[in-house]
Design a protein around this ligand. Structure first.
Ligand code: ZN
Ligand code: ZN
Length: 371
């Protein structure tokens, strides 16, 4: 009798497990998590076949543990247990700063970068000499150049700029004159931003680009006189929305339907950038990582599209944008948002349809393919 009961229990357990396995539908979408790393960058891609690419790792200490933890939360949500390819776009603390902490939490199979640092800094140079080689010792390490690909099943990943060089051959069917090149105004800000590894990613008809922190001068080199890329559905990052990048040469010419800006509460979202983004001819929505005090009510998008607000909410928000803080000796760093953080998630289908979700308020919007 007892044996019969045990058998019954076993049969029940097996059928329950089978049912659970059947209801867990396999992933069919390319999922992109734009993680809140406080005006830095950390974007996780997960393909339908479970391969993962992470672009950047967030800030250095004191934000490193926080940012690595936030990237891990996205990895956990996606069911990712290893990073197959990590791209460090360039050697700035808000992009590579969280790497040492992140590498303690999850295996990284391949480290991809643009090559040597071009902007000497004691912390970065020490990291590159002592720590980085140890991190990739048991993995692959690759310095990429324009035209290189990241091998993924079902997803095409093309490097369009790296180490200051840009692709010379347009993508198939592209290479038409870029009508916005006349609007180009030279701008640069430092040595490393223009070195960024920039990526163009397609999954079926869905197209996305992440250009690291490429500056206006490099945008011009990539996009003028002819546009080698064409249009994208989603433009990711936008160099935190700062005005040393994001010229019409790129933001108008790529005609993103959706832009997702990795800005901070006081970094990016300034009026000049917002004007350019809003003027982009195909834009349907701008989504932001944070409310930006630099936008004020005058330039901000509705809160619905903003993943994180501020830690010190004001009773009312001034209409006029706040002037951009000027960093310098004796100026305290801008307060950061250390509370609960929320990502923006893109789920893209092969027919080009994609859904963007704000993890803070659950608001999501689907953009249908075929446009
Ligand atoms: Zn940056
Ligand atoms: Zn935040």
């Amino acid at each position: 009798m007892r044996a019969k009961m045990a058998l019954l229990i076993l049969a029940f357990a097996v059928s329950a497990a089978l049912a659970a396995a059947q209801t867990k539908t396999p992933r069919t979408t390319l999922d992109i998590y734009v993680v809140d790393v406080e005006g830095g960058n950390g974007v996780l891609f997960v393909t339908p076949w479970g391969e993962s690419v992470l672009i950047d790792t967030g800030n250095a200490a004191p934000g490193a543990v926080r940012d690595a933890g936030r990237i891990m939360a996205a990895a956990k949500d996606a069911g990712v247990t290893r990073i197959d390819h990590l791209i460090i776009t360039h050697w700035h603390g808000d992009h590579v700063g969280g790497l040492t902490e992140l590498a303690k939490l999850i295996p990284i199979k391949e480290f991809i970068d643009h090559g040597p640092n071009t902007q000497p800094s004691p912390q970065i140079d020490e990291f590159l000499q002592k720590t980085y080689p140890i991190l990739y010792a048991d993995a692959a390490h690759r310095v990429v150049k324009p035209g290189d690909k990241i091998p993924l099943k079902g997803v095409n990943w093309l490097v369009v700029a790296s180490a200051g060089e840009v692709i010379k051959t347009p993508l198939p069917g592209q290479g038409k004159p870029n009508l916005y090149c006349d609007l180009y105004k030279p701008d640069d800000n430092n040595a490393e931003d223009p070195q960024s590894v920039a990526s163009y990613i397609t999954f079926g008809k869905f197209r996305a680009a992440h250009l690291g922190d490429l500056t206006k001068n490099k945008e011009f080199e990539l996009m003028c006189p002819n546009n080698p890329i064409g249009a994208v559905d989603v433009l990711l990052g936008l160099h935190h929305g700062v005005s040393s990048s994001n010229s019409p040469v790129i933001v108008d010419a790529l005609r993103p339907r959706v832009a997702i800006m990795n800005n901070g509460t006081r970094k990016g979202g300034d009026p000049a950038t917002m004007q350019t983004i809003y003027s982009s001819p195909g834009l349907e929505d701008l989504w932001q990582m944070h409310f930006s005090l630099l936008s004020g009510q005058e330039y901000t998008v509705p809160g619905t599209f903003i993943a994180n607000t501020t830690d010190d909410p004001q009773a009312s928000m001034p209409v006029l944008p706040m002037p951009s803080p000027t960093p310098g000796p004796g100026v305290p760093p801008a307060p950061q948002h250390n509370g609960t953080a929320y990502w923006i998630k893109v789920s893209a289908q092969q027919d080009g349809t994609f859904t963007v979700t704000n993890a803070r308020n659950g608001f999501s919007k689907t953009y249908h393919g075929g446009k």
